[in-house]
Every structure is written in C-alpha cells, then in structure tokens.
Design a protein around this ligand. Sequence first.
Ligand SMILES: Cc1cc2nc3c(=O)[nH]c(=O)nc-3n(C[C@H](O)[C@H](O)[C@H](O)COP(=O)(O)O)c2cc1C
Length: 223
Amino acid sequence: MSTSESATPEEIRASVRAMRHSYGEVGLVDVDPNPITQFSQWLAEAAANPMVVEANAMILSTSENGVISSRTVLLKDVTGEGFSFFTNYESRKAREMASHPQISLLFPWFPLERQVIVQGVAEKLSPQASDEYFATRPWGSQIGAWASTQSEELASRDELQATYDSFAVKYPEGEQVPRPPHWGGYLVRPSTIELWQGRYSRLHDRVRYIATNEGWAIKRFYP
Ligand SMILES: Cc1cc2nc3c(=O)[nH]c(=O)nc-3n(C[C@H](O)[C@H](O)[C@H](O)COP(=O)(O)O)c2cc1C
C-alpha cells in the first residue's frame, strides 16, 4: 500500500481495493484425526513465527438477541475439553455468554496464511481453576483486575488510576492478592473447529472438524 499521511480518502479507498496477497503452496492435506492435536501443532507454529504477535490472541464473538459483539481475548489453555480464557464476569461478553453461551473464537494467523475458527459453548471454569490461574498473574495485573469494572463507562483516566492506587494499597506487592469475585475463566467446548490455509488462485484449503456422537467428523469445504 503506497498511502501516506497526505493521501486523500479516495486514494486510500482505491489502495484498499487493490490490496491483494498471493498465497503460498503449502497445503493442508493430511490433518490429524484429533482437532486439538492439529490445533496445538498450528498454535506452536504460530508462536514460533516472529511475524505473529501474540499467537494466543483470539477474536471472541458473542451475541445477545441477534446483536453480535467481538473483541480479542487471550487463550490460556487448550485441552481435550476445549479452549480457556479469563475475563471479568460482569463484562459485556460475560453478560452475553450468560444468556447466549454459543460463541465463536477466531485465531488470525495472517503471516502463516492461516485462520482457525471455533464454534462452541462457553461455561465458567471452576473457582479453583480461576484461583490457580489468578495466582500466576503478575501483581500489577492482579490489582488491575480489582480496579476495573470492565465494560462500564469510565468518567476519566484519573478515576481508573485512583481506583488502581487504592487497591494497590489494600493488597501491597509481595503479599497474596485474592481473586476478585468478578473475575475468572471460561471453558469453550468446541462443536466445530475449522482450519483455513491460504493457497494459490484463491483455491484455499478449508477443513472443518465437526463433533458427532461417534467422535470428530472431518469435512472439506469450498473456499
Ligand atoms: C491482544 C489483546 C488481548 C486481550 N486479552 C484480553 C483477555 O484475555 N481478557 C479480557 O477480558 N480482555 C482482553 N482484552 C481486552 C478485550 O478485547 C476487551 O476490550 C475487554 O475484554 C472488554 O470487552 P467487552 O466489553 O466486550 O466485554 C484484550 C485485548 C487485546 C487487544
């Protein structure tokens, strides 16, 4: 893209229309019969690629009464049970998952010409699992979890800083910080996991694992 700060809106629009990336020859041919094994392999490859910033970042989409909302969260564990992340239990996403637990996760690994989309159902992790993970967080992040009423309107940056400072006094560095009751983890149990690998001439590979009573079905879809 050859836009500069002085480009006109029309020039920027023309430049966006012309953006086109040629995808490589690396195909998605033999996938592991287990999607978590296959996903974990791709996650490791993304994490090892210096072009991928935060390989465990994923776009979580939730909904409520037909209105969709999306945001990035960090994957913190993946097991045979599913995908885990942590957040505020009173946030917008948490409110939406409470009434509509069907969600989607999207991993955008563009430097690898890859994308993974998970559909599944979210449930809260056990308090013990949330306690365990909370205890591993840096002190500043622990205090931040206490200080943020995530998703609520904030009058000013100063207000947030003042709340943070008061919790920093209440729970001094070096002492154990309890997990806030409004903060914890979710487990997403997957129903489908789709891997996308960019290929030449837009003949991309799309392989979708679908949960069935007999285990995982593996199907290929038109790109
Ligand atoms: C790279 C990245 C990682 C993030 N990780 C998390 C996370 O793990 N948990 C979280 O609650 N918010 C995380 N956020 C912030 C969320 O995207 C979002 O702003 C916040 O959770 C409030 O979302 P909500 O109001 O839709 O509930 C992250 C943002 C970015 C850009």
